[in-house]
Design a protein around this ligand. Structure first.
Ligand code: B12
Ligand code: SF4
Length: 425
């Protein structure tokens, strides 16, 4: 059986070649390890020539497409081309969007949806493909032994063609754990739900060695939702990473301690992205952030003391947002002055608590065309698909534009996602 996994274009990103499609590469690595003949079609930047780009893969028996929400219209276009060119092939979709809205994907014409973790479920689908009783929506069970998962098959794409500026060099991505125990009401967690599973530090160290030796990357972005969840593990990992002399970025929560930050700094951490979300405690409580404004403040102060860049992510238009809470966030930014920021209008993605139960929140959600469901991208293309009882969509957009400029001047930093951000500074 010939299997082709497809990473659709992301035309809404400034730079589609920043991050390799790691989830798809994990699925590919697992299948390859189990003896399946596999190709990966990397269609980044190919939105205007989909048919040509799919030509080399047109004779597969089974296709597996990955998709987040904003990628979904591209996934549908790919489905159409494949149906026309290879009507006998089975077409499966997986990733964040189908995990949240599996029935919709089946209605749209996909043969199967794999909701959740794709590795074992895809292998089982392939093994049982000829059985009639195989269901259209497959809810994947979770792999318990994380170290049993083979490394992502980076060799199946031109991994060097993807890079992201980290410090003074070209970086690539790596993930050391899956999931996060928190329950922020704006966060899409349909793939991994609430548990967290960890690779051993042996696994992570050998993956780092592999990527450094085979692909010559010395700069990394760790994609873990929160790399600092287990203190002991983090300290062990950091101490074992010191010898590599690498530079890296990661995501964490603002409860990260001084002890952790010092260990991270020694191991080469240069920047931490944290979800500060708002300068208003009222908003943090409404969205179940489980953190305080004071913790957010002291995190930035600690980062400054230790010498790690604090990149704070904030949003406008969260449930309950008012002029006063917007003002509180502005005052927080002005007094705390993080090194960098990411600022977005809140987007309620399918699968999130706010999306599922808007009535429980002070929020009105408007219809979002999937291709508009990104909130980071090109200047001037920002749009609000939410309103609160005090702030209309237009008012959120106006305040966003005003504050974006203000924060940019305040920090001397212009955020951009999927960009080689340093090139802009
Ligand atoms: C890195 C990252 C990015 C990077 C790169 C994205 C990329 N090309 O991979 C950047 C910064 C560009 C980015 C941008 C965005 N991201 Co993002 N991102 C992430 C992050 C932190 C890690 C993704 C990752 O590599 N995970 C690790 C791999 C192993 O997991 P995975 O991709 O989910 O894959 C597994 C399963 O989903 C499944 N699977 C995946 N594909 C397939 C395909 C098949 C056939 C099968 C069977 C299974 C399968 O199996 C995989 C292995 O188990 C996740 C959060 C998270 N922890 O996953 C958010 C996340 C994916 N992003 C999210 C969002 C919202 C976005 C943006 C829309 C942000 C924005 N508002 O503009 C854009 C859209 C990007 C895009 N190309 O579509 C949401 C997705 C919500 C949704 N419904 O779409 C997430 C889940 C964050 C969150 N918790 O809310 N993102
Ligand atoms: S926003 Fe961050 S801390 Fe909150 S649930 Fe999502 S990954 Fe966890």
């Amino acid at each position: 059986m010939k299997v082709t996994l497809i990473s659709p274009p992301s035309p809404f990103l400034i730079d589609q070649k920043a991050f390799p499609p790691l989830g798809l590469l994990y699925v590919a690595g697992f299948l390859e390890h189990n003896g399946i003949e596999i190709n990966v079609a990397d269609l980044a930047d190919k939105e205007t020539e989909l048919e040509n780009a799919l030509e080399p893969y047109i004779d597969a028996n089974l296709y597996g497409i990955t998709s987040t929400s904003p990628q979904y219209p591209q996934a549908l276009k790919i489905l159409k081309v494949l149906r026309r060119r290879n009507p006998k092939a089975r077409i499966v979709i997986g990733g964040a969007y189908p995990s949240s809205l599996p029935d919709k994907c089946i209605k749209d014409g996909f043969d199967h949806v794999i909701a959740g973790e794709g590795e074992e479920a895809m292998l089982q689908l392939i093994t049982n493909i000829d059985r009639k009783e195989i269901s259209s929506v497959i809810n994947a069970s979770y792999i318990q032994d994380m170290d049993s998962i083979p490394l992502p098959a980076r060799h199946l794409i031109d991994i060097q063609s993807f890079a992201y500026d980290i410090g003074d060099g070209r970086g690539t991505t790596l993930i050391t754990s899956r999931g996060c125990p928190f329950t922020c009401s704006f966060c899409s967690k349909e793939v991994w739900q609430n548990g967290t599973r960890f690779h051993s530090t042996d696994y992570v160290i050998s993956e780092l060695e592999h990527v450094i030796n085979n692909y010559d990357f010395k700069h990394f972005l760790f994609l873990d939702d929160t790399i600092t969840i287990r203190r002991k593990r983090l300290l062990e990992l950091c101490s074992r990473m010191e010898r590599f002399n690498i530079k890296w970025r990661c995501y964490a929560r603002t409860t990260t301690t001084r002890e952790m930050l010092i260990a991270m700094k020694r191991a080469g951490c240069i920047e931490i992205g944290v979800g500060v979300e708002s300068g208003s405690q009222k908003i943090l409580d409404i969205v179940d952030k489980n953190e305080t404004v004071e913790q957010n403040t002291s995190f930035v102060e600690l980062c400054k003391e230790v010498g790690i860049l604090a990149n704070v992510f904030i949003m406008i238009g969260l449930p309950g947002e008012t002029y006063e809470t917007v003002e509180e966030t502005r005052r927080w930014m002005e007094s705390v002055r993080p090194h960098k920021f990411g600022f977005n209008i809140f987007m309620p993605y399918a699968g999130t608590p706010v999306y599922k139960n808007p009535d429980r929140y002070d929020i009105q959600i408007f219809d979002v065309p999937e291709e508009r469901s990104w909130v980071k991208g090109r200047q001037g293309e920002y749009e609000s698909f939410v309103a609160t009882s005090e702030l209309s969509r237009k008012e959120i957009e106006r305040l966003f534009g005003e504050l974006f400029t203000h924060y940019t001047e305040l920090t001397n930093w212009t955020p951009g996602v999927g960009t080689r951000a340093l090139a802009q500074t």
